[in-house]
Design a protein. Sequence first.
Length: 406
Amino acid sequence: MTRYTSFAVFLFSAIALVVPSGFSFGPLLLVAGALVLPWHRAKLDLQKQDYALIAVLVSYFLVFVLANLIHHAPGREYDAPLRFVLAIPALLLLLAFPPRAAAFWSGLAVGAISSGLFAAWQILTGISRAEGHTNPIQYGNISLVLGVLCLAGLTWAANQPRARLWSILLVIGAGLGILGSLFTGSRGSWISLPFCLFALYKCYGGNVGKRFVVAGTIVVVSIFAMLYALPSTGVKSRVDSAVAETQEYFKSGNSNTSSGARLEMWRMGLMIAPEHPWIGWGKAGYMQRDAELIRAGAVGSITSEHSHLHNEYLDALVKRGALGLAATLAIFLIPLVLFSRRVRHANPQARPYAIGGVLLCVSYILFGLTQAFLTHNNGVMILVFMLAVLWAMSRSFDRNVSAILA
C-alpha cells in the first residue's frame, strides 16, 4: 500500500493545475484506498493531536450542515463541505501507510514547474491573465501554494544522496510555481508571499538548512522584482491599478472596478451581517438581501454579479453567522497551531512537513482576505487533502506512531 499512497500523493500535486480537475485524482485514490483498512486490520495509535485535526474537519462540516438545514439549502450546497469529511479516511490511510518522501516532494516540484510553464504558455498565446482550467484567482493561489511548499522541502533535499539535484529541482519548482501565480495577475495571492517567506525564515532560522532557504528566497524575490520591472508581464500594471481603483472608490464611490467591487461587497456584507448574527443569511438569503439593497440604492449593482463576498471570513459570517465564522477560523488556526508545535518539537526529519503545514495555513489565511477560496472545490481539495498528507508524513516519524498489520 505504500506504493499506492506514494503514487496518489505524487499525482495529487503533479497534475493539480495542468489537467482539468487534476487536483481531484490523487484524493479520489486515497479515499478509495481507505476502504482496505478494515481488511488489513490496520491498528492506528492515534494521538490527541490527530483527534484534534479530525475534530476540526468534522466540525466545519457539521456547522455547514446545520446552516444549510436552517436555510433550506439545496443538495448541491453540501458538495464542498462534504470534502472536509472525505479527507478523514484519506488521513487514516496515510497514517497507516505513509507515502515515500521522494514521491511527495517530486510531485510538488512537477506540479509547481508545470503550473509555471502552463501559465507562461497561456500568456504567450495572448491570454491577458493565465487561468489554466479554472480562473486566474484560483490558479494563482494554488500555483503559489505549490511553489512555497517546494521551499519547505529544501532541508529534506539537503540530506538526500543526490542533495544538489533535489535542491535544484525544488528551487526551480518554487520559482516557477510563484511565477505561475504572477502570470495570473492574482494580486490577492501575492499578498501572502512575503508572509510565507517570513514564516519560512522563522521556522528554519538557525538550522543547518538556513542557507538553502536563503538561496531559494533570493531566487523568488529576484523573479518577482524582474517581472515587476518588465511592463510586458503586467505585474506592475496590476499593482498600480489596485492602488488607483482603491483611491477612486473612496474618492467617488466607483465600484465598477476589480478593487472597487470588492470594497463595495465588503461594505454590503458589514451592513447585513448584524441582521442575522448567529446563523447568518444562507447563500440564497444573502443574494435576496443583496437584491433588495440594490433596488433601494443602498449598494452598487456590481454586488449582484458575485455569489460570495470575496472575503472568506466575511462570507462565512454573512452566510453562516458567528458559528460559521468560528468554524472557518478553526479550520485554519487549529492546524496552524498543531503544525507550529511540531516545527519546534518534532523529529528533525518530520520538520519539513510541519513547516509545509504552516505555510499552507498561512497562505490560506491570507488568500481569504480577498477571496472566498473555500467556496471553490479546488480550494477545498487542496487545503484538506494537503493537510492530510503533510500531517500524516510529519507523524510518520514519531516513535509512537505505527501501523501494526496482521
